[in-house]
Unconditional design. Structure first.
Ligand code: B12
Length: 333
């Protein structure tokens, strides 16, 4: 029988920065689903239709894996370099001590999670290695489903249950060791493993992220209205962006990190050992906006950005974002 400590040792030797275990239990999955249901019912998911059938997909997923016993939740530190901090609504740059590096003229800011290679593939590959090593250790082909965003799992709640940190008001999993700069991923396995105690923590009375969000997307009790979130608007939303939100988008051409940067936990950021996730492996901290308009076709766009998470937005969306950022920059000078 494999112990949880053996799993954690293997995960750490493969480079995972955090690892915890959750025992699969219908009642905890149902408990996590309740706030999710309310969130959808309130329409906070905007046009992310794929979240509407999340619950039925989750039901199918568990029905197809009746022998599932444990969830191995891993965290991957993606913090690298100081990058380009951006100011929030009230002018705060960051609670962290990192210096501000301005994004130059004609450049649009990219959220940190997309600086390097696409994390879905990078982490997915390493989880395959973990699965193989666990099979060797178990002396049988274990069943383990890999999840990096791709399965109907509420990853942040699971990470809190696995003891990796707590869900902050900006709805990010905040790790006491890595702050908000942690990707989450899971192996759902048929291994019987000793679970970890859930992490107990909260933001207390801190509301910096709420006050600093330029579009007021964060609710006073925590949680996001995606329809106002710059990350949603620039990545997930396919149509026009309401004009009254344009100026708040500032110079963000893809994603947004303001509610992460201003969080007191942001200062926990330390250089990742995952070279694939650093700027040189991808497109880096910012994009040349004028160059974007010279990309001749969707095919060339895919060639340019296909290996990075930026390709989650299509060419039309990125050009829409670039137009808004150029207007914002023009307005300021
Ligand atoms: C849809 C989605 C989005 C949407 C909606 C975001 C949202 N807040 O839900 C948009 C496009 C806006 C988005 C943006 C970003 N995302 Co996103 N996203 C997802 C995705 C695919 C699903 C999330 C989901 O189900 N949301 C629905 C809501 C209801 O679920 P939830 O917020 O997790 O809520 C649960 C708990 O958090 C808890 N809860 C909710 N609110 C609160 C508040 C408090 C105070 C407490 C205690 C609990 C609590 O109850 C809920 C039910 O269980 C996940 C991957 C996954 N499968 O989980 C990645 C994921 C959440 N995203 C991630 C990242 C990195 C980002 C960005 C930072 C990217 C960027 N820089 O642009 C931003 C951050 C914006 C933000 N502040 O949330 C990471 C977060 C890692 C982490 N450390 O938390 C994830 C986990 C992907 C990954 N595999 O690493 N994302």
């Amino acid at each position: 029988m494999i112990s949880s400590n053996q799993v954690k040792f293997l995960a750490s030797s493969l480079g995972f920065d955090a690892c915890g275990i959750v025992r699969i239990d219908g009642s905890i999955l149902e408990e996590d689903m309740r706030p999710f249901r309310t969130w959808i019912a309130q329409g906070f998911h905007g046009t992310m239709k794929y979240l509407e059938d999340f619950e039925s997909r989750a039901k199918k997923f568990w029905e197809n894996f009746p022998e599932a016993k444990s969830l191995i939740v891993v965290g991957v530190n993606y913090y690298s370099g100081h990058g380009d901090a951006a100011k929030g609504r009230n002018g705060k740059i960051s609670a962290s001590p990192f210096p501000r590096v301005a994004v130059s003229e004609n450049q649009g800011r990219v959220a940190r999670y997309a600086w390097g290679k696409d994390y879905h593939r990078v982490i997915g590959k390493r989880l395959e290695e973990l699965r193989n090593e666990l099979s060797k250790l178990a002396g049988r082909q274990i069943r383990a489903e890999i999840c990096v965003d791709t399965k109907p799992l509420l990853e942040r709640s699971l990470a809190q249950r696995a003891g990796l940190g707590f869900v902050g008001k900006q709805s990010q999993l905040l790790s006491p060791k890595f702050g908000p700069w942690l990707f989450l991923a899971e192996l759902v396995t048929d291994l019987e493993l000793e679970p970890d105690p859930p992490f107990v923590g909260s933001c207390g009375s801190c509301r910096i992220c709420i006050d600093e969000c330029p579009t007021q997307a964060i609710h006073p009790e925590g949680g996001i209205d995606a329809r106002r979130c710059i990350a949603y608007l620039t990545i997930e939303h396919k149509g026009e962006i309401s004009e009254n939100l344009h100026s708040a988008i500032g110079d963000w051409v893809f994603g947004c990190d303001i509610c992460l940067q201003v969080c007191p936990y942001a200062s926990k950021g330390k250089e990742t050992a995952w070279e694939e996730l650093k700027s040189p492996a991808g497109k880096g901290t910012s994009l040349d906006l004028l160059k974007l308009f010279k990309i001749p076709s969707n095919g060339s766009y895919e060639k340019e950005f296909g290996e990075t998470a930026i390709s989650r937005a299509n060419r039309k969306q990125l050009l829409r974002n670039a137009t808004i950022v150029l207007q914002n920059k023009g307005g300021k000078s």
